[in-house]
Design a protein around this ligand. Structure first.
Ligand SMILES: C[S@@+](CC[C@H](N)C(=O)[O-])C[C@H]1O[C@@H](n2cnc3c(N)ncnc32)[C@H](O)[C@@H]1O
Length: 292
């Protein structure tokens, strides 16, 4: 007796089944993720998936979709499956060596842009712990007269950031180097930005599987109290900040007072503490005390 070939499911059926599978695996935004993965597997954008739910998938599209679903059901983030993440409405390549850029970090970009001089001004921006380069490159797209340097301890992350600069046409204004925060750097910078690792080491095992299993450990761990990086980079930043310059630092939930204390002890005046979209204090803006 011959076994009948399985009928290729329609887009609508594949989306429903995929979402159910992801939901069962504990994925929060299961329907959205199934849609993103099917869009990638079928080469169709979201609008077409919605407009033509009855279209049958080809065997190749179905196989690619199933493979993506299997990875997502193991809690690999969509951005890592696709190899890219949108940040500040720009596409960034992400790999196993870079933090997956978070939407909350856009608050820091916005806060810096609101405080810097006109977009064409000749500025130097330093990004400490640049990862994919998302903060620095987002700033440079908005500031046509600015140049920037991104530093990361991971050579592989620095390579990814360079690739992102090239893809965005910013390679002439953005340089990336391997380094230990700002050690050995000289010169002055009108803006220093950083989203350092700030999770307490003991809390890493409690993070969502998407984070603890896929973001690189050095991008997460801030040591026993989460503040190790701030203790090192704040005194370095003070030395490098132009008199009229500003420092923007991201931090984690409940760390605002401690990071402000470290910034003040290093010789900075905290001008502002910025909330993210969830209403949580997410970053601070500081300037040199000498500015008066
Ligand atoms: C939280 S991630 C931020 C990445 C990126 N700026 C973003 O917002 O998506 C922190 C980054 O700091 C880097 N890092 C950790 N220790 C460092 C050190 N001693 N010197 C420079 N970078 C370091 C990590 O490799 C990681 O890329």
């Amino acid at each position: 007796m011959s076994v009948p070939a399985l009928e290729a499911p329609s887009i609508g059926a594949a989306l429903r089944r995929g979402a159910a599978r992801l939901r069962h695996a504990g994925v929060e935004a299961a329907a959205r993720d199934a849609r993103l993965l099917l869009a990638e597997a079928s080469g169709q954008d979201r609008a077409r998936l919605i407009a033509f739910p009855e279209r049958a998938l080809s065997a190749r599209e179905l196989a690619a979709y199933e493979a993506f679903l299997t990875r997502r059901a193991r809690r690999e983030p969509v951005s890592r499956i696709l190899g890219r993440r949108e940040f500040w409405s720009l596409d960034f390549a992400v790999t196993a060596d870079t933090l997956d850029p978070r939407p909350e970090t856009e608050v820091l970009v916005e806060a810096v842009l609101a405080r810097l001089p006109a977009p064409g001004a000749d500025l130097r921006i330093l990004d400490l712990g640049c990862g994919s380069g998302c903060i620095l490159l987002a700033l440079l797209t908005a500031l046509s007269g600015a140049q920037g340097l991104g530093i990361d301890s991971s050579a592989a992350a620095v390579e990814v950031a360079r690739g992102n600069a090239g893809a965005l046409g910013l390679e002439r204004r953005a340089a990336f180097r391997v380094g230990d925060w700002a050690a050995g750097l000289v010169g002055t910078w009108q803006a220093i930005v950083s989203n350092p690792p700030y999770i307490k080491e003991s809390e890493i095992e409690d993070l969502a599987p998407e984070v603890r299993g896929y973001d690189p450990h050095p991008a997460l761990s801030g040591g026993p109290d989460g503040l190790d990086a701030y203790r090192v980079l704040l005194p370095q930043a003070v030395r490098l900040l132009a008199p009229e310059g500003l420092l923007a630092l991201e931090f984690g939930a409940g760390q605002a007072d401690a990071v402000q204390g470290l910034a003040e002890a290093a010789g900075l005046k905290v001008e502002d503490r910025i909330l993210d979209l969830a209403g949580r204090e997410r970053c601070l803006i500081a300037t040199p005390f000498s500015r008066g």
